[in-house]
Write a protein that binds this ligand. Structure first.
Ligand code: GLU
Length: 311
């Protein structure tokens, strides 16, 4: 089907088929094991939800199971920072793909403490630091959570403290990144405060239904709550397209052709501007740290619908 006015019933039937095919394939990838709470999750799970421009939500699989959104949260934190202080953040973080792993420290030394983009860990830690400045972690977290709750119109979205604690205990690379950033003067708060906020932001849990609804503000869907400017939505889409899948961003753009942001919890937020907001979850990851079956599903969905940022 290559029609932008997609028929929800046809889409629902397609998602059911896709979900059944994925369960049958069983090619799940590996769950993230550096966060013990995530290591315990069964990789053999799949969910997909699509919020359409006409206000319908079409879904299949385990779409009511909350999962850890992890790095998908970075998009919403950046939305809050752009809304709060405009382009100031770009003095501290770049807007270029990094071509290196999500938790890499390599470029940070070469580029004197200015992370390549706000979606790799180093850049996200700086973005969270900017949101935190001048207030308590609770206030910054409450802003992110409130943004998400407003975006999906569901106040039950919450942080899972066990996941945050788990990452706090084992997140040695992020601890190293934060200290390194601090040594270059690119963290304004004590590293432990910024990291505590960052780990809690990553530990937000949502279902694919909630995440698809939240993404409507980035997709610019007609019924979406008006909490993000059109320009900032465009900027987020551009960064998701170029940097949303770490060193797998080029491959994802080639295969799927839509802006997306992945998280090590196995979630992907995918945006078809003006047409749909899509959330996919499958916790097994590929070699880039992106959801293996989530990426496959995104590719199949783009093919079925004909949705592409490239005409
Ligand atoms: N909390 C994770 C970390 O910092 C987020 C990474 C991701 O989801 O890709 O390692």
């Amino acid at each position: 089907m290559q029609d932008e006015r997609i028929d929800p019933a046809a889409l629902a039937a397609f998602l059911e088929r896709l979900s059944a095919e994925i369960l049958e394939r069983g090619d799940w990838g590996k769950v993230a094991d550096y966060i013990p709470e995530l290591a315990a999750i069964d990789p053999a799970q799949f969910a997909i939800s699509v919020a359409l421009a006409d206000g319908t939500l079409v879904s299949a699989g385990a779409d009511r199971v909350p999962f850890s959104i992890q790095s998908v949260s970075k998009v919403f934190t950046l939305a809050c920072v752009l809304g709060r202080q405009g382009g100031q953040i770009w003095q501290r973080v770049g807007r270029e793909p990094s071509g290196s792993r999500f938790d890499s420290i390599l470029l940070l030394e070469l580029e004197r403490g200015k992370p390549r983009n706000p979606f790799i860990n180093a850049g996200a830690i700086v973005t969270t630091d900017a949101l935190l400045e001048g207030r308590e972690p609770k206030a910054a977290l409450s802003e992110i959570l409130t943004f998400l709750q407003s975006a999906c119109e569901d106040v039950t979205v919450r942080i899972d403290p066990a996941v945050a604690r788990s990452e706090l205990e084992t997140g040695f690379r992020n601890i190293a990144l934060a200290n390194y950033l601090k040594s270059y003067g690119n963290l304004r708060n004590p590293p432990e405060l910024t990291l505590g906020t960052y780990f809690h932001q990553c530990a937000i849990e949502m279902t694919t239904r909630q995440l698809a609804q939240a993404g409507r503000v980035i997709a610019g869907l007609p019924g979406a709550p008006k909490i993000l400017s059109v320009m900032n939505a465009r900027r987020l889409n551009a960064l998701m397209m170029t940097c949303g899948h770490y060193d797998g961003s080029g491959d994802f753009a080639y295969r799927v052709g839509l802006p997306g942001k992945s998280g090590v919890g196995g979630g992907i937020l995918l945006i078809a501007p003006r047409r749909a907001s899509i959330a996919i979850w499958s916790p097994g990851l590929n070699g880039y740290g992106n959801s293996q079956m989530g990426t496959f599903a995104a590719e199949q969905l783009a093919r079925f619908t004909g949705w592409s940022s490239f005409g």
